[in-house]
Write a protein that binds this ligand. Structure first.
Ligand code: GLV
Ligand code: GLV
Length: 321
């Protein structure tokens, strides 16, 4: 019987599969994640852990996890994990790509629509009993069809975003560090051209040293004054203080944000702005997808405990014969 730690209760029944065969410790409270101290306290006995983005998996923790064979992250991103430190110790790092691609792009597009057509402001307006008649210029937004969207990072989610944009008759341009991917429905441009030409800039890059603050003061200054910035990737890709300044000074016209630099904290000045739509990191949060992510996170663990490779690994580890 193996020992598995799950740092937060997951949606659906996936964890039942683990508890049938193994000793599973699931952090009991809902909407709360096991804290670093408790994880450190328990890690010594664990063969596997299922983690969230808010669990920091670093050298110190891994050093204490003498029996650990897999860190199975309940997310596609894994910037919370020191992957090299895991590989060094022959510990797999699993993640949950694929299932959340369309769900995340749906939400990216929801933010785009909400910003362009002022959906959240409009809702507030009606609730505040301000709707007293039809006026030609009431809550005028900006068009989506026939406008240009610049997708930054043309991986799985970026491509799903482009597909949605095609359906809305948008012109799609993209920048990717791999260069021109030869796509039929989107045109490769360099980063500066993308910033200059896009009516909407949507971020879909992972957080790396090279993408931290990719959208900084200079990048914002290159964007159109009418541009709207969408971020469903990672908060640190944007210099949040520079964004607040740009929104205040009308350097760009709006932003739809699902992620923040110091999550769960949100820059206080963002809260005061009307031209931003703010969400609490929920882009992959449909019931279907969150349950499927749990299935994959569990499957990654089961495979490794059976001496196989995880279904989706981000590193490569020697499998013991
Ligand atoms: C969410 O941000 C994820 O990486 O799955
Ligand atoms: C709007 O309701 C219109 O009929 O133009």
């Amino acid at each position: 019987m193996k020992k598995i730690i799950v740092t937060c209760r997951l949606p659906g029944n996936a964890l039942d599969r683990l508890s049938k065969k193994h000793k599973v410790h699931i952090h009991a409270s809902r909407n709360e994640v096991m804290n670093d101290d408790e994880l450190m306290h328990r890690i010594g006995n664990a063969d596997a852990i299922i983690t969230l983005l808010s669990n920091k998996i670093d050298e110190r923790l891994l050093e204490a996890g003498k029996k650990l064979k897999i860190v199975s992250n309940y997310a596609v991103g894994y910037n919370n994990i020191d992957v090299n430190a895991c590989t060094k110790r022959n510990i797999w790092v699993g993640h949950t790509p694929g299932v959340l691609t369309d769900t995340t792009a749906d939400f990216g597009f929801a933010l785009l629509l909400a910003c362009a057509r002022r959906v959240v402001e409009a809702d507030r307006y009606v609730r505040e009993n301000k709707f007293d008649g039809w006026y030609p210029d009431l809550l005028m937004g900006t068009d989506i069809h026939s406008k240009t969207i610049g997708v930054v990072g043309m991986g799985r989610i970026g491509q799903a975003m482009a597909k949605r944009a095609n359906g809305f008759d948008m012109n799609v341009i993209y920048y990717d560090k791999e260069g021109d991917l030869g796509l039929q429905n989107a045109k490769y441009v360099d980063f500066e051209e993308l910033l200059a030409k896009s009516d909407y800039v949507s971020l879909h890059v992972p957080l790396l040293d090279s993408t931290k603050h990719l959208i900084n003061k200079e990048a914002l200054a290159r964007m159109k004054q009418s541009a709207i910035l969408i971020n469903t990737a990672r908060g640190e890709v944007i210099d949040e203080a520079a964004l607040v300044e740009a929104l205040n000074n009308e350097v760009i016209s709006g932003a739809g944000l699902d992620v923040y630099e110091a999550e769960p904290q949100v820059h206080p000045n963002l809260l005061a702005l009307n031209n931003v739509v703010l969400a609490p990191h929920i882009a992959s949060s449909s019931r279907e997808t969150r349950e499927e992510m749990a299935n994959i996170a569990v499957e990654n663990v089961i495979k490794v405990l059976n001496g196989e490779e995880p279904l989706h690994a981000v590193n490569k580890v020697k499998v013991e014969e």
